[in-house]
Design a protein around this ligand. Structure first.
Ligand code: R5P
Length: 318
């Protein structure tokens, strides 16, 4: 029998007010926009108001600038704890630092673990995250971590007028599991690109397994940051005989630095780009980005967690 813990309250700061407001409207629950004061030296000081006894969900994607948004989230969580919230869930539609899930060179940190520890230290009793870069987050966080997926949302949009000969392309080995989910939902075959990262902004794509010749490629990834990965994969698809009019779908459209310029270049053969609103959408002249909302998905997850129901159908599959 489902139980209701206490008053459901959503709290947001400055990172994605539109999404938090939409979720609150769907759930018809209490909604607080924290005042976030910025001191002259750059420090943030949020005030959340009265949350005493509430089941609080702090909605805060940590998109660019990641570190600043992360500190805001940690302070919001701490403020809710000190204000007497009965339970605090950090809802991170995009979880920054997840790519730092291991050291690739000596002298590096494991950023994902540091963020996970900081969330728990601040007082988060549960974390909700959408299509994180690594599923290792669940093991890293010392509190229950629900990893839900936006793949069905984007797959539904892709299915609308997808050609029968389309092929789903994983732009690197790390994206294979995600691409397999798209391939299953879209009932299209899979191709895989072998990618090497040269630097934070440069990659090379050396080989492609699978048949893309005369087909429409649907390149899928968890995130687009600088656009290097997608650009290299699109180039390789074209070099292997793929059709122009490539479709790109990614949960997190960070689109930072040179991304928009890279992806709008006609030579890439990219015809459309679909992302979700896990971070506030970026609008740039010349680049058409189709944004699909995950507010409904998050509202569903929060409603279920509040009333102690399971999330099975919303979770990422292994
Ligand atoms: C890395 O493995 C991720 O899944 C993305 O492919 C990558 O982070 C995207 O970054 P960028 O757009 O800068 O290539």
């Amino acid at each position: 029998m489902a139980t209701t813990l206490s008053n459901l309250r959503l709290v947001c700061g400055t990172t994605h007010h539109a999404m938090a407001a939409t979720i609150a409207a769907v759930l018809s629950c209490e909604f607080t926009t924290a005042e976030v004061e910025r001191f002259p030296d750059g420090e943030l000081c949020p005030r959340v108001g009265n949350v005493r006894g509430d089941d609080v969900f702090v909605i805060a994607p940590t998109g660019s600038p990641a570190s600043e948004h992360l500190v805001e989230l940690l302070l919001l969580v701490d403020a809710c704890g000190r204000g007497g919230a009965a339970r605090i869930t950090a809802v991170m539609p995009y979880f920054a630092y997840a790519r730092q899930d291991r050291r690739t060179r000596s002298g590096e940190a494991v950023g994902a673990r540091v963020v996970a520890d900081a969330l728990v230290a601040a007082g988060a009793q549960r974390v909700v995250v959408v299509d994180p870069h690594t599923t290792a987050l669940e093991a890293m966080c010392g509190v229950p971590t629900e990893m839900i997926t936006a793949v069905p949302v984007l797959a539904r949009a892709l299915r609308a007028d997808l050609s029968a000969d389309a092929v789903v392309v994983a732009p690197d080995l790390g994206a294979v599991k995600l691409a397999r989910r798209y391939s299953t939902l879209l009932q299209r075959p899979l191709a895989i690109v072998s990618k090497t990262r040269v630097s934070a902004e440069q990659v090379t794509a050396e080989g492609l397994v699978g048949d893309v010749t005369d087909r429409t490629a649907v390149i899928v990834d968890d995130m687009i940051s600088t656009g290097a990965t997608i650009k290299a994969a699109a180039r390789l698809v074209l070099d292997n005989g793929g059709r122009a009019g490539i479709i790109v779908a990614a949960t997190h459209g960070l689109l930072v630095g040179p991304a928009c310029q890279r992806l709008e270049a006609a030579s890439n053969g990219i015809g459309s780009l679909l992302v979700t609103d896990s971070v506030p959408p970026v609008y740039r002249a010349g680049l058409y980005v189709e944004v699909h909302t995950i507010s409904g998905l998050l509202a569903d997850a929060i409603g279920r967690l509040h009333s102690d129901q399971d999330l099975d159908e919303l979770l990422m599959q292994s």
